[in-house]
Design a protein around this ligand. Structure first.
Ligand SMILES: Cc1ncc(COP(=O)(O)O)c(C=O)c1O
Length: 546
């Protein structure tokens, strides 16, 4: 069947088509079966084109634009998709990538790209991506990813150790009897690589849900939840929106997610959590989701205190450490996430503060027995015979079937940097965030909203001696962020915090220095006062803030 398809593809007409690319022609000269596909006969062309592509990327990096694509309308017009019945030369395609796509892309490599949890990437991560793509291993079954399966398993074990997961019987959340206690003590932590924080959070909620209902004698995995009592999920009012989204996806409904109040730093108030648990009754609590590094403020919930409550009340604790998990490698700030070791499950995200290309995340589980509640067998992937033979098929632990070998990126990065240098890169960002906060605090026309915890800085432009309404201030700050991006100066985010539309730096680039922050603040001031003319009819005086 496959052979017939290939023969049909290489018709005489296409063979003689004078628009055939060099790539195609070379491939055809060496045999019909190799048409366009990566194999031993196209390996030379692969190398040539990878080299050309690398040169294009190099030029894009050397141009050193944060973003040069112009307005949304300009980007859309430049990048319209136009599929034809006849293909094009690879050179023509790469030329479009160079001329249209790359200039319309934000460069996370740029030192003034500080909008989101979207980092510059390690060169070794790019190299790993090439290997991941070229080898195209799939993590669902061992015979699709023999070495990769063991590498991912080892790395998960290493990550569990890095978290100091407590699996001994001093943390017996669900243990009832001595026999269970022995059993529990022997149980091992586990986990799986995921597409990122949203999926890892989904897995945490899914396993918590299954365990919550199992304790009530209900097998929701098999029987569903129709007519069953609702469980409550507590998270802080700063938790990531994926908690609500995932609750909806799991059929629990957004209304079962109850928000716990936070202190001025954005961290969950323990007294409020305690009070809320008492109100609904611990038996009705499905899970507490603590956040180690909230998206906007970088706040870290008091993990040890929350863990103590959850342990005493036998409530599942999931820690969303999508951002703060990077502090596991920090020499200076590791203590900020103490308590993470008591979680039942943890979200880690390596395409954030670990500087790896998207996608790369992990879900860690204190007791890998809990994976049993989502186990599915399919004879073609994870047969019981394989299990008897001790052949690991990781599909058992994942929500995905076909899955990328993203673990390679983390492994190669750790191998290159070692934990010390990796930690130093992370710490550099925290240091710059603190410097940025000082610069903003010292500027008369800006208001610093909070002291940085990890490396986000929230602030807003509020020119002194001007009377603007909250709404006008919000609009002004939004325009400042837009002006800086459209004019290729910086990529800075906006977000709402309390009644203020804030500007936000998320500093994930160890190369970003205080002088870069200074430049951005200067440019923001210029943009702000220029825009201010619209409100007040007076021109901006550049000397005023010099
Ligand atoms: C705290 C937190 N959790 C989860 C997520 C979702 O992660 P991802 O975008 O990798 O799905 C984010 C994203 O910014 C986040 O900030």
């Amino acid at each position: 069947m496959a052979h017939r398809h290939t023969c049909m593809t290489v018709s005489k007409k296409t063979y003689n088509n004078n628009r055939i690319s060099h790539f195609n022609r070379d491939a055809r000269q060496t045999g019909e079966d190799t048409l366009h596909l990566l194999n031993e006969q196209t390996s030379e062309q692969y190398l040539t084109h990878i080299h050309k592509t690398g040169a294009i990327i190099k030029q894009w990096l050397n141009d050193n634009n944060v973003y040069s694509g112009g307005t949304p309308q300009q980007v859309q017009a430049a990048n319209s998709v136009n599929i034809q019945s006849q293909g094009r030369d690879i050179e023509a395609i790469l030329a479009d990538i160079q001329d249209k796509f790359l200039p319309s892309s934000v460069s996370t490599a740029h030192r003034r790209c500080l909008a989101h949890l979207h980092p510059p990437t390690l060169v070794i991560g790019q190299i790993a991506e090439m290997i991941i793509a070229a080898t195209n291993q799939s993590m669902d079954s061992w015979n699709q990813s023999p070495a990769a399966t063991y590498i991912e398993k080892d790395l998960i074990e290493w990550l569990c150790q890095l978290c100091h997961f407590e699996t001994s019987d001093d943390v017996q959340i669900y243990t009832q009897t001595d026999a269970d206690a022995d059993n529990q003590a022997r149980r091992k932590a586990g986990g799986v690589f995921t597409s990122g924080g949203t999926q890892s959070n989904l897995m945490g909620l899914l396993l918590a849900r299954n365990k919550f209902y199992a304790a009530k004698g209900i097998d929701v995995h098999k029987d569903g939840m129709l007519g069953q009592p609702r469980g409550i999920i507590f998270c802080s009012d700063q938790a990531h929106f994926s908690i609500e989204k995932n609750a909806a996806l799991l059929g629990l409904g957004i209304r079962c997610v109850e928000k716990v109040g936070t202190d001025a730093s954005g961290a969950m108030l323990i007294s409020h959590l305690q009070q809320k648990i008492e109100e609904v009754g611990a038996d009705n609590v499905m899970a507490v989701i603590a956040t180690a590094g909230t998206t906007d403020l970088g706040a870290i919930d008091p993990l040890a205190d929350i863990a103590k409550i959850c342990r005493e009340q036998k409530i599942w604790l999931h820690v969303d450490a999508a951002w703060g998990g990077a502090l596991l490698l920090s020499q200076r700030y590791r203590h900020l996430i103490d308590g993470i070791q008591v979680a039942d499950s943890i979200t880690l995200d390596f395409h954030k503060h670990f500087f790896l290309p998207i996608s790369c995340g992990a879900f860690l589980l204190r007791d890998q027995q809990d994976f049993e509640s989502i186990r599915h067998h399919s004879e073609y992937l994870n047969s019981s015979d394989d299990e008897k033979d001790n052949i690991p098929n990781l599909v058992t632990y994942s929500l995905q079937t076909t899955r990328r070998f993203d673990a390679l990126k983390l492994w190669m990065a750790l191998d290159l940097l070692g934990t010390d240098d990796y930690g130093a890169l992370i710490d550099a960002c925290l240091r710059t965030a603190r410097q940025a906060a000082e610069l903003i605090e010292d500027h008369v026309d800006f208001v610093l909203v909070h002291q940085p915890i990890i490396s986000s800085v929230l602030f807003y432009f509020k020119p002194q001696n001007t009377a603007l309404s909250d709404q006008q201030l919000s609009q002004l700050n939004r325009q400042i962020a837009q002006d800086l991006l459209i004019n290729n100066i910086a990529n800075v985010a906006t977000t709402q915090y309390e009644q203020h539309l804030c500007l936000k730096f998320t500093i994930l680039n160890p190369n970003t220095q205080a002088c870069d922050i200074n430049t951005i603040i200067e440019q923001m001031t210029i943009a702000g006062f220029n825009r201010l003319q619209n409100y007040e009819g007076q021109p901006y005086d550049a000397t005023k803030n010099a």
